[in-house]
Design a protein around this ligand. Structure first.
Ligand code: UDP
Ligand code: MN
Length: 304
């Protein structure tokens, strides 16, 4: 009798324990799924270290972050050019191409956020670098910025943009400063304004942007802009309330909440020069930024 009571007690407990165990596993699973982005980050291999030589030892290291989609021809020119240009300056660097691999409109700022998260444990400063802007003047020094961010493609020398607060194209930022301003906004899908919003972040943080010293060249001979505007059309569409929202400083999004999935990391070479391609899917919350996909423009009706 006693034994059968004990046996029933044991059966009851084991059933309860099983239910309890399963529930705990489920709750833990849900919790892990909800924090899957940072944990995925941990599973990635460490970012490739820069090539260090005698002349570059003890120097701060630079991660060149290139936001990228469908610009393969430009990349083939960019990589050998940058090696030639920066090796002459003894800058220890590595090129990271952050490729957007999803159906959303291009998001340059979020890609830079992803590139920063991937490289921050290894590198001291970043260059946000357009793939189609090739520096020509050797006086454009890509050294660790002494103070605030260093705008390599200043308004006086950029081939296209000349307004005083322009900071797009090529900008060098120390790791600490990029973190201080929570990186870039994630709300800018499509072309334009993400760099202007970043300018406001820097300004509010009291960071003054400087430009390279002793540059005597101008908009025609400081850079080569390999950008064919008919072949590489800028996506200037505005839909939903995009215009209204992206005119304002964004206090909600940035480095801390960029949502993405890493598809692959490939270390490849172009003309035997190493480059890392990080392919990522940017995840859009359509409740917050419905303009990550604009409805197609209405096609004109055929008239006979
Ligand atoms: N970009 C890209 N694919 C695109 C759009 C932009 O790779 O479809 C990247 C590329 O690095 C480019 C940068 O974003 O240099 C800035 O875009 P774009 O050259 O169109 O802007 P611009 O400064 O010429 O107005
Ligand atoms: Mn361009």
């Amino acid at each position: 009798m006693i034994t059968s009571f004990l046996y029933m007690g044991y059966r009851l407990c084991s059933a309860k324990c099983l239910v309890l165990g399963l529930s705990l596993t489920f709750i833990m699973g849900c919790y892990l799924a909800s924090v899957s982005i940072p944990s995925e980050q941990k599973m990635l291999p460490d970012a490739v270290k820069p090539k260090i030589s005698h002349s570059t030892a003890n120097k701060k290291t630079l991660a060149i972050l290139v936001p990228f989609r469908d610009r393969f021809e430009e990349l083939l020119e960019f990589v050998p050019h940058m090696y030639k240009f920066l090796d002459a300056q003894n800058v220890p660097f590595h090129i990271f191409v952050i490729q957007q691999k999803d159906n959303n409109r291009f998001n340059r700022a979020s890609l830079i956020n992803v590139g920063f998260l991937y490289t921050k444990n290894v590198y001291d400063y970043i260059a946000m670098h357009d793939v189609d802007l090739l520096p020509l003047n050797p006086d454009l020094k890509y050294d660790y910025p002494a103070y605030g961010p260093l705008h390599i493609s200043s308004p006086k020398t950029h081939p296209k943009y000349h307004y005083a607060t322009f900071i797009g194209g090529i900008l060098l930022v120390k790791k600490e400063h990029y973190e201080l301003v929570d990186g870039m906004s994630n709300k800018y899908w499509g072309w334009g304004l993400e760099d202007d919003e970043f300018y406001v972040r820097l300004k509010e943080a009291g960071l003054k942007v400087t430009v390279p010293a002793n540059v005597t060249t101008g908009p025609d001979d400081t850079f080569l802009h390999i950008h064919d505007k008919t072949y590489r059309r800028r996506d200037g569409r505005k839909c939903y309330n995009q215009r209204e929202v992206t005119r304002k400083r964004d206090r909600e999004t940035g480095l801390h909440n960029v949502v993405y999935r890493t598809h692959s990391v490939h270390n490849l070479t172009i003309d035997s020069l190493p480059v890392t391609v990080l392919s990522v899917e940017l995840i859009c919350d359509k409740n917050v930024t419905p303009w990550c996909q604009c409805p197609e423009p209405v096609k004109p009706k055929k008239t006979r």
